[in-house]
Design a protein around this ligand. Structure first.
Ligand code: UT7
Length: 328
């Protein structure tokens, strides 16, 4: 095996807010049904952050879990990187909020804005930084999409949920880390999935609030087609670049936006569903949160074991995408 970047995942962790919103709850809020949501998306429930619960609070809880599993004190960390599109504040970054909660001033902390691909973008940056940092790096993927969801729009509100996942990676000379990793983006298609207001293009005003422009605007079925093609192609390319025969991939952990997108991606990438870790039914689409949460779930249940070859693939707003093959 030829390693593109060596690193060791020392620990993983995740956090989902306490409040659960089921499909039956949504039936009382918009014109939808449990049957429609389950058959069209695979989602049965999602977790919703409390009013006073921000993205950094979820990451802080997931980080404590990951540090415990890694057997590390927070003071051992050398950097914090957060993939999110629902930061606590536009600035300071959510990374800085997490750092403050962990009480480890001094080390670099920042956010990566790549929507559902945010965790893979964060991993790419973290693994490139490892040689110079030479200490464990905390990489989080987390979103509180409920805070930017239009709860009157049945086309989006049934999909979204909140949660945080964390991995802690460290330098290693062992044969583990990335065999391949690739990222991509196509800004020309950005308006198919967008939060229009709140940035410098359309600053917050009474009008933007009245027109509901601070919530997710998504052209669902157009994105569906792009997601299947792009995530599938990215997975194929990551497998080819890794040098691992496709049959030797032990587990695929995809971004979880829709069960049908995952199934179609598996067909395109020729990865069997039996080797795909699908967790969408119990948490919905949490953007950057889905891959690290599903990964932690698989690791903590022993579904992914040391030395397994794991494929990641994501697609999201931007458009952005990424895929990688790692040895755990
Ligand atoms: O995280 C990355 C970014 N996001 C995604 O990857 C999401 C990608 N898109 C999707 O997952 C799917 O396109 C959706 C789940 C959003 C929609 O599924 P679809 O099979 O593409 O449905 P559609 O938009 O083509 O709508 C089919 C019908 C429409 O009714 P008519 O026009 O056929 O009468 C919709 O109005 O389903 C209707 N519909 C609903 N019905 C009940 C749309 N949403 C709902 C709903 N409940 N929640």
């Amino acid at each position: 095996m030829k390693f593109f970047r060596r690193f060791k995942i020392l620990g993983t962790g995740s956090f989902l807010p306490e409040k659960v919103l089921t499909n039956h709850d949504l039936e009382k809020m918009v014109d939808t049904s449990d049957e429609w949501i389950k058959t069209r998306t695979g989602i049965e429930k999602r977790h919703i952050a409390a009013n006073n619960e921000a993205t950094s609070d979820m990451i802080f809880a997931a980080a404590k879990d990951a540090l415990k599993n890694a057997g590390l004190a927070a003071s051992a960390l050398g950097a914090i990187i957060v993939g999110t599109v629902t930061p606590d504040t536009m600035f300071p970054s959510t990374g800085c909020w997490v750092q403050r909660k962990l009480d480890i001033p001094g080390i670099p902390a920042f956010d990566v804005s790549a929507a559902c691909s945010g965790f893979l973008y964060g991993m790419e940056i973290a693994t490139s930084m490892l040689p110079s940092i030479d200490k464990p790096i905390l990489v989080a993927g987390a979103d509180a999409l409920s805070k930017i969801t239009n709860w009157q729009d049945r086309g989006t509100c049934v999909l979204m949920g909140d949660g945080a996942g964390v991995v802690i990676i460290a330098p290693t000379t062992e044969d583990r880390g990335y065999l391949s990793s690739l990222l991509g983006a196509d800004g020309a298609l950005g308006e198919l999935l967008i939060q229009h207001a709140g940035g410098s293009r359309m600053p917050a005003s009474h009008e933007t609030v009245d027109k509901n422009l601070h919530t997710i605007d998504m052209k669902g079925n157009e994105i569906f087609k792009h997601a299947v093609r792009t995530m599938g192609d990215a997975a194929v390319e990551a497998i080819a670049k890794s040098g691992v025969p496709p049959d030797d991939i032990d587990m695929f952990v995809p971004h979880q936006a829709n069960h049908r997108i995952i199934e179609a991606t598996c067909r395109r990438a020729k990865v069997p569903l039996s080797k795909t870790h699908i967790t969408i039914s119990w948490h919905g689409n949490m953007s950057a949160g889905t891959i690290p949460i599903a990964f932690h779930d698989a690791v903590s249940k022993g579904i992914i074991k040391r030395d397994d070859k794991v494929l990641f693939a994501a697609f999201g707003g931007g458009f952005t995408w990424g895929a990688s093959v790692l040895v755990f």
